[in-house]
Design a protein around this ligand. Structure first.
Ligand SMILES: Cc1ncc(COP(=O)(O)O)c(C=O)c1O
Length: 284
């Protein structure tokens, strides 16, 4: 299975538990690097089962794919008969209405002939505990997914399905999304301002246009686990980079989330983490 680096490899746990091996292909600010993807495909001993991507407000990188990158991915997928699993739990959480067209799924925005399985979720727009999502896939794949789902939990909770239906049918989702977008945009702004204030100049980070996350890159000699230990001792937590490396190696990056935490705490947390990074830079 191919995926981006960094990647939310937790979404692939079901496949790795059956022995699937993961291979990461680097991302930049516009999406997966197409040239790298072609090279990796050329070097594989057998065709991969599929490519897993998270194009809209990526977890953990925070980026959104450009239309051009999606188009080039579509062309490569068609050329190489590469199946894509397009995971989209954050697409509704854009900060600027002008970015909305970029959140159109690959099939809708490029008219692709490639096989694309599109996955959505209520986890980030209503409640993760509801355990409800949806899948758009060719019938043969959808049937297999149904079998796998039935053998996992028999059926999604009818109670949470009734709640989600009432929320949607009552017309509550658009207003709720507007509130989420406003809140997350503000929190992201606070986090970016705090990073600018507290991070040493050797550190870089992505500028999210939606979603939950900022991906921070330190010089390659630094270890995010050590920064984590120093930060958590003073009350600030984040997720270390190796948790997002399909090959589990690189650990000079880390993921910050601005979604859950009020602004004052974000500013304080980033200050604590900035101190820890600065101290670590002086140590190595
Ligand atoms: C990219 C991505 N996919 C899937 C999920 C999980 O979604 P669900 O709770 O619907 O299984 C998450 C949650 O963190 C995520 O970030």
């Amino acid at each position: 299975v191919l995926t981006e680096y960094p990647s939310f490899i937790g979404a692939l746990a079901a496949f790795t538990s059956f022995g699937a091996r993961l291979r990461g292909v680097a991302l930049d600010e516009e999406g997966i690097e197409i040239q790298r993807l072609a090279e990796v495909l050329d070097g594989l001993p057998a065709a991969p089962k599929f490519l897993y991507i998270n194009p809209y407000f990526h977890n953990p990188a925070g980026i959104i794919y450009s239309q051009e990158r999606k188009q080039r991915l579509r062309e490569l997928a068609e050329e190489r008969d590469l199946m894509i699993l397009e995971d989209d739990p954050y697409g509704e959480l854009y900060f600027d209405q002008a970015d909305r067209p970029l959140t159109l799924p690959i099939k809708a925005s490029t008219g692709s002939e490639a096989t694309v399985c599109y996955v959505g979720s209520f986890a980030k727009i209503l409640g993760p505990g509801m355990r409800l999502g949806w899948l758009l896939a060719p019938p043969a794949i959808a049937e297999k997914c149904e079998l796998a789902k039935q053998s996992t939990d028999a059926c999604s909770s009818t109670f949470t399905q009734v709640l989600a239906h009432a929320f949607l049918a009552g017309g509550h989702l658009p207003g709720y999304l507007t509130m989420l977008r406003t809140t997350y945009r503000r929190r992201a702004g606070t986090m970016l301002a705090a990073l600018k204030e507290h991070m040493p100049p050797q550190v870089t980070w992505t500028t999210p246009r939606g979603g939950f996350y900022v991906w921070v890159s330190m010089p390659e000699t630094l270890d995010a686990s050590r920064v984590f230990e120093a930060s958590i001792a003073r009350g600030a937590a984040f997720v270390i980079g190796s948790a997002f490396d399909p090959e589990g190696r690189r650990n000079n990056c880390f993921r910050l989330a601005f979604s859950h935490t009020p602004e004052e705490k974000i500013a304080r947390g980033v200050e604590i983490i900035g101190d820890a990074v600065t101290a670590e830079l002086h140590n190595v």
